[in-house]
Design a protein. Structure first.
Ligand code: SAM
Ligand code: SF4
Length: 333
Protein backbone atom coordinates (compact mmCIF):
# COMPACT_ATOMS: atom_id res chain seq x y z
CA UNK A 1 0.00 0.00 0.00
CA UNK A 2 0.98 3.62 -0.32
CA UNK A 3 1.74 5.89 2.60
CA UNK A 4 0.52 9.48 2.84
CA UNK A 5 3.46 10.63 0.68
CA UNK A 6 2.61 8.17 -2.08
CA UNK A 7 5.56 5.91 -1.27
CA UNK A 8 4.84 2.26 -2.07
CA UNK A 9 5.54 0.26 1.09
CA UNK A 10 6.28 -3.29 0.00
CA UNK A 11 9.26 -4.34 2.13
CA UNK A 12 9.34 -5.47 5.75
CA UNK A 13 12.43 -6.25 7.83
CA UNK A 14 11.86 -8.63 10.72
CA UNK A 15 14.25 -8.93 13.63
CA UNK A 16 13.55 -12.54 14.61
CA UNK A 17 15.71 -12.44 17.75
CA UNK A 18 17.60 -9.97 19.87
CA UNK A 19 20.23 -12.60 20.72
CA UNK A 20 23.57 -12.61 18.95
CA UNK A 21 26.78 -14.63 18.90
CA UNK A 22 28.90 -11.50 18.36
CA UNK A 23 29.20 -8.31 20.39
CA UNK A 24 29.78 -5.53 17.85
CA UNK A 25 30.78 -2.38 19.68
CA UNK A 26 28.33 -0.17 17.76
CA UNK A 27 25.36 -2.53 18.06
CA UNK A 28 25.42 -4.89 21.04
CA UNK A 29 28.53 -4.51 23.18
CA UNK A 30 29.19 -6.85 26.09
CA UNK A 31 27.04 -6.48 29.19
CA UNK A 32 23.66 -6.15 27.48
CA UNK A 33 20.71 -7.38 29.55
CA UNK A 34 18.74 -9.90 27.50
CA UNK A 35 15.01 -9.80 26.93
CA UNK A 36 13.11 -12.83 28.21
CA UNK A 37 12.02 -15.23 25.46
CA UNK A 38 8.34 -14.81 26.33
CA UNK A 39 8.61 -11.16 25.27
CA UNK A 40 9.86 -12.19 21.85
CA UNK A 41 7.29 -13.14 19.25
CA UNK A 42 7.01 -16.80 18.33
CA UNK A 43 7.60 -17.69 14.68
CA UNK A 44 3.88 -18.39 14.34
CA UNK A 45 3.10 -14.88 15.60
CA UNK A 46 5.61 -13.35 13.18
CA UNK A 47 4.20 -15.37 10.27
CA UNK A 48 0.70 -14.28 11.28
CA UNK A 49 1.76 -10.63 11.00
CA UNK A 50 3.42 -11.30 7.62
CA UNK A 51 0.23 -12.90 6.30
CA UNK A 52 -1.78 -9.81 7.22
CA UNK A 53 0.92 -7.43 5.94
CA UNK A 54 1.11 -9.30 2.62
CA UNK A 55 -2.57 -8.53 2.04
CA UNK A 56 -1.67 -4.86 2.44
CA UNK A 57 1.06 -5.04 -0.19
CA UNK A 58 4.17 -6.29 1.60
CA UNK A 59 5.98 -8.51 -0.92
CA UNK A 60 9.55 -8.70 0.29
CA UNK A 61 10.83 -9.81 3.66
CA UNK A 62 14.30 -9.44 5.18
CA UNK A 63 15.02 -11.80 8.07
CA UNK A 64 17.44 -10.13 10.46
CA UNK A 65 18.20 -9.83 14.18
CA UNK A 66 20.25 -9.91 16.47
CA UNK A 67 21.79 -12.81 14.65
CA UNK A 68 18.94 -14.64 12.90
CA UNK A 69 20.83 -17.93 12.61
CA UNK A 70 21.18 -18.29 16.40
CA UNK A 71 17.43 -18.73 16.73
CA UNK A 72 16.57 -22.41 16.34
CA UNK A 73 14.10 -22.93 13.54
CA UNK A 74 15.19 -19.87 11.53
CA UNK A 75 15.25 -21.82 8.25
CA UNK A 76 11.83 -23.36 8.95
CA UNK A 77 10.52 -19.85 9.56
CA UNK A 78 11.93 -18.74 6.21
CA UNK A 79 10.16 -21.64 4.54
CA UNK A 80 6.94 -20.72 6.36
CA UNK A 81 7.17 -17.10 5.16
CA UNK A 82 8.06 -18.14 1.60
CA UNK A 83 4.76 -20.05 1.52
CA UNK A 84 2.64 -17.06 2.49
CA UNK A 85 0.55 -15.86 -0.42
CA UNK A 86 1.80 -12.57 -1.85
CA UNK A 87 5.34 -12.90 -0.50
CA UNK A 88 7.70 -12.85 -3.47
CA UNK A 89 11.11 -12.64 -1.88
CA UNK A 90 12.71 -13.58 1.43
CA UNK A 91 16.33 -12.66 2.12
CA UNK A 92 18.51 -12.76 5.23
CA UNK A 93 21.17 -10.57 6.82
CA UNK A 94 23.66 -12.52 8.92
CA UNK A 95 27.06 -12.06 10.50
CA UNK A 96 28.02 -15.29 8.71
CA UNK A 97 29.44 -17.14 11.72
CA UNK A 98 26.88 -19.98 11.48
CA UNK A 99 26.25 -19.69 7.77
CA UNK A 100 28.24 -22.74 6.75
CA UNK A 101 26.21 -24.89 9.13
CA UNK A 102 22.86 -23.66 7.81
CA UNK A 103 23.67 -23.05 4.14
CA UNK A 104 21.91 -26.14 2.78
CA UNK A 105 18.87 -25.52 4.99
CA UNK A 106 18.65 -21.93 3.79
CA UNK A 107 18.84 -22.98 0.16
CA UNK A 108 16.31 -25.72 0.81
CA UNK A 109 14.00 -23.15 2.43
CA UNK A 110 14.18 -21.12 -0.78
CA UNK A 111 16.17 -18.11 0.43
CA UNK A 112 16.42 -15.45 -2.30
CA UNK A 113 19.56 -13.64 -1.19
CA UNK A 114 22.12 -13.52 1.60
CA UNK A 115 23.80 -10.45 3.08
CA UNK A 116 26.89 -11.07 5.19
CA UNK A 117 28.16 -8.37 7.52
CA UNK A 118 31.95 -7.96 7.61
CA UNK A 119 33.45 -4.60 8.57
CA UNK A 120 37.12 -5.47 8.10
CA UNK A 121 39.32 -8.29 6.84
CA UNK A 122 41.90 -7.56 9.52
CA UNK A 123 41.61 -10.48 11.96
CA UNK A 124 42.69 -8.53 15.03
CA UNK A 125 40.49 -5.57 14.25
CA UNK A 126 37.54 -7.85 13.48
CA UNK A 127 37.98 -9.33 16.93
CA UNK A 128 38.19 -5.89 18.51
CA UNK A 129 35.00 -4.72 16.77
CA UNK A 130 32.93 -7.90 17.20
CA UNK A 131 34.42 -9.25 20.43
CA UNK A 132 35.17 -12.66 18.85
CA UNK A 133 37.88 -14.31 16.76
CA UNK A 134 35.43 -15.50 14.10
CA UNK A 135 36.65 -13.91 10.87
CA UNK A 136 37.99 -17.30 9.65
CA UNK A 137 34.54 -18.93 9.98
CA UNK A 138 32.86 -16.01 8.24
CA UNK A 139 35.27 -16.08 5.31
CA UNK A 140 34.88 -19.85 5.04
CA UNK A 141 31.08 -19.35 4.83
CA UNK A 142 31.60 -16.73 2.15
CA UNK A 143 33.72 -19.12 0.14
CA UNK A 144 31.06 -21.84 0.35
CA UNK A 145 28.38 -19.30 -0.61
CA UNK A 146 30.06 -18.61 -3.93
CA UNK A 147 29.36 -22.23 -4.95
CA UNK A 148 25.64 -21.46 -4.92
CA UNK A 149 23.79 -19.45 -7.51
CA UNK A 150 22.36 -16.93 -5.08
CA UNK A 151 22.83 -13.14 -4.79
CA UNK A 152 25.40 -12.34 -2.11
CA UNK A 153 26.12 -8.94 -0.61
CA UNK A 154 28.64 -7.81 1.96
CA UNK A 155 27.56 -5.16 4.46
CA UNK A 156 30.43 -3.17 5.98
CA UNK A 157 29.66 -0.36 8.38
CA UNK A 158 32.05 2.47 7.51
CA UNK A 159 34.40 2.90 10.43
CA UNK A 160 37.70 4.71 10.12
CA UNK A 161 39.57 1.41 10.51
CA UNK A 162 42.99 3.05 10.50
CA UNK A 163 41.97 5.45 13.26
CA UNK A 164 40.09 2.77 15.21
CA UNK A 165 43.02 0.38 14.82
CA UNK A 166 45.54 2.93 16.11
CA UNK A 167 43.29 3.75 19.09
CA UNK A 168 43.34 0.05 19.95
CA UNK A 169 47.03 -0.58 19.27
CA UNK A 170 46.32 -2.52 16.07
CA UNK A 171 48.36 -1.82 12.98
CA UNK A 172 45.93 -1.39 10.09
CA UNK A 173 46.69 -0.20 6.59
CA UNK A 174 45.33 3.27 5.99
CA UNK A 175 43.29 1.99 3.04
CA UNK A 176 42.02 -1.21 4.62
CA UNK A 177 38.61 -0.85 2.93
CA UNK A 178 40.36 -1.80 -0.31
CA UNK A 179 40.68 -5.34 1.01
CA UNK A 180 36.89 -5.50 1.36
CA UNK A 181 36.50 -4.15 -2.17
CA UNK A 182 38.72 -6.98 -3.43
CA UNK A 183 35.99 -9.44 -2.39
CA UNK A 184 34.09 -8.17 -5.44
CA UNK A 185 36.98 -8.93 -7.79
CA UNK A 186 36.75 -12.65 -8.48
CA UNK A 187 33.20 -13.37 -7.36
CA UNK A 188 29.87 -11.79 -8.14
CA UNK A 189 29.60 -10.30 -4.67
CA UNK A 190 28.36 -6.75 -4.09
CA UNK A 191 30.35 -4.97 -1.39
CA UNK A 192 28.30 -2.26 0.32
CA UNK A 193 29.53 0.31 2.77
CA UNK A 194 26.97 1.63 5.25
CA UNK A 195 27.14 4.99 7.00
CA UNK A 196 27.09 4.51 10.76
CA UNK A 197 23.73 5.66 12.10
CA UNK A 198 23.34 7.34 15.49
CA UNK A 199 21.09 4.59 16.85
CA UNK A 200 21.89 2.94 20.18
CA UNK A 201 25.61 2.34 20.61
CA UNK A 202 26.20 3.68 17.09
CA UNK A 203 26.00 7.12 18.76
CA UNK A 204 29.45 6.45 20.26
CA UNK A 205 31.01 6.30 16.79
CA UNK A 206 31.80 9.02 14.35
CA UNK A 207 29.90 8.72 11.06
CA UNK A 208 32.23 8.73 8.09
CA UNK A 209 30.82 11.09 5.51
CA UNK A 210 30.24 8.99 2.39
CA UNK A 211 30.55 12.03 0.15
CA UNK A 212 34.19 12.21 1.27
CA UNK A 213 34.55 8.44 1.09
CA UNK A 214 33.28 8.46 -2.49
CA UNK A 215 35.91 11.05 -3.44
CA UNK A 216 38.56 8.80 -1.89
CA UNK A 217 37.20 5.81 -3.81
CA UNK A 218 37.30 7.79 -7.03
CA UNK A 219 40.95 8.57 -6.42
CA UNK A 220 41.72 4.88 -5.93
CA UNK A 221 39.52 3.33 -8.63
CA UNK A 222 37.86 4.23 -11.89
CA UNK A 223 34.21 3.99 -10.83
CA UNK A 224 31.34 3.81 -13.27
CA UNK A 225 27.81 4.36 -12.02
CA UNK A 226 25.87 1.13 -12.10
CA UNK A 227 22.21 1.70 -12.95
CA UNK A 228 21.15 -1.95 -12.81
CA UNK A 229 18.71 -2.91 -10.08
CA UNK A 230 20.49 -4.86 -7.34
CA UNK A 231 17.85 -5.13 -4.62
CA UNK A 232 15.10 -3.37 -2.71
CA UNK A 233 17.48 -1.09 -0.95
CA UNK A 234 18.85 2.40 -1.05
CA UNK A 235 22.43 1.60 -2.07
CA UNK A 236 23.99 3.58 -4.91
CA UNK A 237 26.14 1.17 -6.90
CA UNK A 238 29.36 1.58 -8.87
CA UNK A 239 31.26 -0.79 -11.12
CA UNK A 240 34.99 -1.21 -11.45
CA UNK A 241 36.29 -2.69 -14.71
CA UNK A 242 37.43 -6.28 -14.24
CA UNK A 243 35.45 -6.77 -11.00
CA UNK A 244 32.62 -9.30 -10.97
CA UNK A 245 30.64 -7.57 -8.20
CA UNK A 246 29.65 -3.94 -7.67
CA UNK A 247 30.53 -1.49 -4.91
CA UNK A 248 27.57 0.06 -3.09
CA UNK A 249 27.24 3.03 -0.79
CA UNK A 250 24.35 3.23 1.65
CA UNK A 251 24.47 6.75 2.96
CA UNK A 252 21.52 7.41 5.23
CA UNK A 253 23.02 10.57 6.67
CA UNK A 254 24.92 12.22 3.80
CA UNK A 255 22.79 10.88 0.98
CA UNK A 256 19.31 10.85 2.47
CA UNK A 257 16.99 8.50 0.58
CA UNK A 258 13.77 8.97 2.58
CA UNK A 259 11.84 10.08 -0.54
CA UNK A 260 12.04 6.55 -1.89
CA UNK A 261 11.81 4.65 1.40
CA UNK A 262 9.74 1.50 0.86
CA UNK A 263 10.15 -0.22 4.23
CA UNK A 264 8.72 -0.93 7.64
CA UNK A 265 10.40 -2.88 10.44
CA UNK A 266 9.08 -5.44 12.91
CA UNK A 267 11.13 -5.73 16.09
CA UNK A 268 11.66 -9.07 17.79
CA UNK A 269 9.10 -7.98 20.40
CA UNK A 270 6.44 -7.22 17.84
CA UNK A 271 6.68 -3.43 17.57
CA UNK A 272 6.07 -2.23 14.03
CA UNK A 273 8.43 0.67 13.29
CA UNK A 274 7.97 3.03 10.41
CA UNK A 275 11.26 4.96 10.52
CA UNK A 276 14.64 4.06 12.04
CA UNK A 277 15.01 7.47 13.62
CA UNK A 278 11.76 7.69 15.55
CA UNK A 279 9.85 5.58 17.99
CA UNK A 280 6.71 5.97 15.83
CA UNK A 281 4.84 2.77 15.16
CA UNK A 282 2.53 0.35 16.85
CA UNK A 283 2.70 -2.56 19.29
CA UNK A 284 1.31 -5.51 17.35
CA UNK A 285 2.18 -8.03 20.07
CA UNK A 286 -0.51 -6.71 22.40
CA UNK A 287 -3.10 -7.20 19.64
CA UNK A 288 -1.78 -10.68 18.81
CA UNK A 289 -1.91 -11.74 22.45
CA UNK A 290 -5.25 -10.13 23.26
CA UNK A 291 -8.54 -12.00 23.55
CA UNK A 292 -10.09 -10.10 20.66
CA UNK A 293 -12.10 -12.27 18.31
CA UNK A 294 -11.35 -9.98 15.34
CA UNK A 295 -7.55 -9.96 15.67
CA UNK A 296 -6.91 -10.06 11.93
CA UNK A 297 -9.05 -6.99 11.39
CA UNK A 298 -7.36 -5.17 14.27
CA UNK A 299 -3.89 -6.10 13.02
CA UNK A 300 -4.68 -4.95 9.48
CA UNK A 301 -6.08 -1.65 10.76
CA UNK A 302 -3.04 -1.10 12.99
CA UNK A 303 -0.55 -1.83 10.19
CA UNK A 304 -2.45 0.45 7.79
CA UNK A 305 -2.55 3.22 10.35
CA UNK A 306 1.19 2.90 11.04
CA UNK A 307 1.99 3.04 7.31
CA UNK A 308 -0.24 6.07 6.76
CA UNK A 309 1.61 7.87 9.54
CA UNK A 310 5.10 6.90 8.39
CA UNK A 311 7.31 9.96 8.98
CA UNK A 312 8.37 11.97 5.96
CA UNK A 313 12.10 11.73 6.65
CA UNK A 314 14.58 10.92 9.37
CA UNK A 315 16.25 13.69 11.37
CA UNK A 316 19.53 11.97 12.19
CA UNK A 317 21.29 15.27 11.56
CA UNK A 318 19.68 16.63 14.71
CA UNK A 319 20.40 14.40 17.71
CA UNK A 320 17.65 15.98 19.85
CA UNK A 321 15.02 14.83 17.39
CA UNK A 322 16.00 11.15 17.46
CA UNK A 323 13.24 9.58 19.55
CA UNK A 324 14.29 5.94 18.97
CA UNK A 325 15.83 4.50 22.12
CA UNK A 326 15.90 0.84 21.11
CA UNK A 327 19.20 -0.69 20.07
CA UNK A 328 19.97 -1.85 16.56
CA UNK A 329 19.98 -5.54 17.49
CA UNK A 330 16.31 -5.22 18.53
CA UNK A 331 15.40 -3.35 15.36
CA UNK A 332 17.41 -5.42 12.90
CA UNK A 333 19.33 -2.70 11.05
N1 SAM B 1 23.49 -9.91 12.97
C1 SAM B 1 23.18 -9.67 11.62
C2 SAM B 1 24.27 -8.90 10.92
O1 SAM B 1 25.17 -8.41 11.59
O2 SAM B 1 24.20 -8.80 9.70
C3 SAM B 1 21.84 -8.96 11.42
C4 SAM B 1 21.49 -7.84 12.35
S1 SAM B 1 22.52 -6.39 12.23
C5 SAM B 1 21.70 -5.32 13.37
C6 SAM B 1 22.06 -5.77 10.64
C7 SAM B 1 23.02 -4.75 10.05
O3 SAM B 1 22.94 -3.56 10.81
C8 SAM B 1 24.48 -5.17 10.05
O4 SAM B 1 25.01 -5.05 8.75
C9 SAM B 1 25.11 -4.19 11.00
O5 SAM B 1 26.45 -3.92 10.65
C10 SAM B 1 24.23 -2.98 10.83
N2 SAM B 1 24.29 -2.01 11.93
C11 SAM B 1 24.26 -2.24 13.25
N3 SAM B 1 24.32 -1.08 13.94
C12 SAM B 1 24.40 -0.07 13.02
C13 SAM B 1 24.48 1.34 13.10
N4 SAM B 1 24.50 2.00 14.24
N5 SAM B 1 24.54 2.04 11.92
C14 SAM B 1 24.51 1.40 10.72
N6 SAM B 1 24.42 0.07 10.60
C15 SAM B 1 24.37 -0.67 11.73
FE1 SF4 C 1 25.23 -9.03 16.30
FE2 SF4 C 1 24.80 -8.10 13.84
FE3 SF4 C 1 24.67 -6.48 15.96
FE4 SF4 C 1 27.03 -7.43 15.25
S1 SF4 C 1 25.71 -6.09 14.02
S2 SF4 C 1 26.20 -7.37 17.36
S3 SF4 C 1 26.51 -9.40 14.49
S4 SF4 C 1 23.32 -8.12 15.55
Amino acid sequence: MKDSLNREIDYMRISITDRCNLRCQYCMPRGIKQTTMSDILTFEEMAHIVSIASKLGIKKIKVTGGEPLVRLGCCDFIKMVKNIEGIEQVTITTNGVLLNRYMNDLIEAGIDGINVSIDTLNKELYQKITGFDKLGEVLQSLKTLTNYDIPVKINAVSIDLYEYGSQNGIDVLKNDYQNLIELAHDDKIDVRFIEMMPIGYGKNFETINHQDFLQQLKRDYVLKEDQTIHSNGPAVYYRIDGYQGSIGLISAIHGKFCDSCNRIRLTSQGYLKTCLCFNDGIDLRSILRSDASNKDELLAAAIKDAIIHKPMAHHFENMEEISEDKNMYMIGG
